[in-house]
Design a protein around this ligand. Structure first.
Ligand SMILES: [Zn+2]
Ligand SMILES: [Zn+2]
Length: 369
């Protein structure tokens, strides 16, 4: 089974033939259909996020179920599924209090399946699984709760994107911030996730949606997804520009979708009195951002984090599918580049340059096969 293995920081992924164990109880073996090229994988490759190595990365995927382990009831062979990188145990405090995206057991078993062991091996050497997905591979073993079954006529490429960027972006607008009609919004970072925050804000009838980026082509592309204004932070002071556009107030909701200390502070400074700053991007581990704490109190601003769009994947991905089927959210239009698994390093070199839209690795021919 061919897979792209992450062995060393700042080195290309290595295409290897790995051995894959059979699925254990509550586990499923899937054939990966498509895998999104997401910045979170790049963070691991550059060592600014940590994962046990060697590992198979890839956390934004879709697949076809091939084999089920004992006691599996959610899926059967032949089912088409979105892969969720936040599978739920269903037993822990987070799961039972409505925060399955933060499942305690999932987080404490990062890099492995729920039982703490791996199913991937390279001639006896253990290989870790990113997010219990590890979809930069032809096949994967995933927990059954990481499989979200979908209709067979739904595009598997679009399904892959719902596995991370669409749910993370649209969810942060819909489930986390719960943007009110007529509100003003700024989205800092117009990449794969940012475009989805933008179209989530459009769906919720935001009055102004200001895209902020350093790439003019990305800003222009964002207007297709609902951005009403754009600010190139390389050419002008973005806080001043956002205030100019909003009559001096700042925005009701400012989303940080890039993942850095500077953009987190920028999002906070752009937030209006009584407004909400939502941090969506993952900054390097340990990063701290400066904020004016007196202003936080006097202007009653709020700051909140949003992980996986604060979605309960097994429930809320069906809402995202409905938004997509009814045309409120455009997933197909996000895809700008297609690659084979063999081209994965090329795909990540492109991502590092700050591309427009989303790249995707397609492993099963055709959108709906
Ligand atoms: Zn992602
Ligand atoms: Zn749990």
């Amino acid at each position: 089974m061919k897979a792209a293995v992450f062995r060393e920081i700042d080195k290309p992924l290595v295409l290897e033939n790995l051995d894959l164990d059979s699925p254990k109880e509550y586990e499923v073996r899937v054939r990966v259909a498509a895998a999104g090229v997401c910045r979170s994988d790049l963070h691991f490759m550059h060592g600014v996020a940590k994962i046990k190595t060697p590992a198979v990365l890839g956390h934004e995927g879709s697949a076809v179920v091939e084999e089920i382990g004992s006691r599996v009831t959610r899926v059967k062979p032949g089912d088409h599924v979105i892969l969720s990188f936040a599978p739920h145990c269903g037993q822990c405090q987070s799961c039972l209090s409505g925060h399955a995206n933060l499942c305690d057991l999932h987080m404490s078993t990062a890099g492995t399946l729920f039982d703490g062991s791996v199913r991937l091996h390279a001639q006896g050497e253990d290989i870790y699984h990113m997010g219990k997905v590890a979809c930069f591979a032809e096949q994967a073993i995933v927990p059954e709760t990481g499989c979200i079954p979908i209709d067979k006529d739904f595009s598997l490429e679009e399904a892959a994107l719902i596995g991370c960027s669409v749910t993370t972006g649209v969810g942060s607008a819909v489930f986390n911030a719960q943007i009110q009609p007529g509100a003003t919004v700024a989205v800092i970072g117009a990449g794969g996730v940012g475009l989805n925050v933008i179209q989530g804000a459009r769906m919720l009838s935001a009055s102004k949606i200001i895209a902020v980026d350093v790439n003019d082509a990305a800003l222009e592309f964002s207007s297709k997804f609902g951005a009403t204004d754009s600010v190139n932070a390389r050419h002008s002071d973005p806080v001043r520009k956002i205030k100019d556009i909003t009559g001096g107030k700042g925005v009701d909701y400012a989303f940080e979708v890039f993942g850095s200390t500077e953009t987190s502070t920028l999002a906070y400074k752009s937030t209006a009195k009584g407004g909400t700053t939502v941090i969506v991007g993952l900054a390097p581990v340990g990063a701290e951002a400066g904020i004016d704490v007196t202003e936080l109190v006097r202007l009653e601003k709020k700051i909140q984090g949003s992980y996986y769009g604060s979605a309960i994947p097994a429930v809320d991905m069906y809402k995202i599918l409905d938004y997509t089927k009814s045309g409120k959210i455009d997933v197909g239009g996000l895809i700008t580049n297609r690659y084979s698994l063999e081209q994965i390093n090329e795909a990540y070199e492109e991502l590092a340059k700050g591309p427009v839209g989303r790249g995707i690795i397609t492993m099963i021919d055709g959108n709906n096969s």
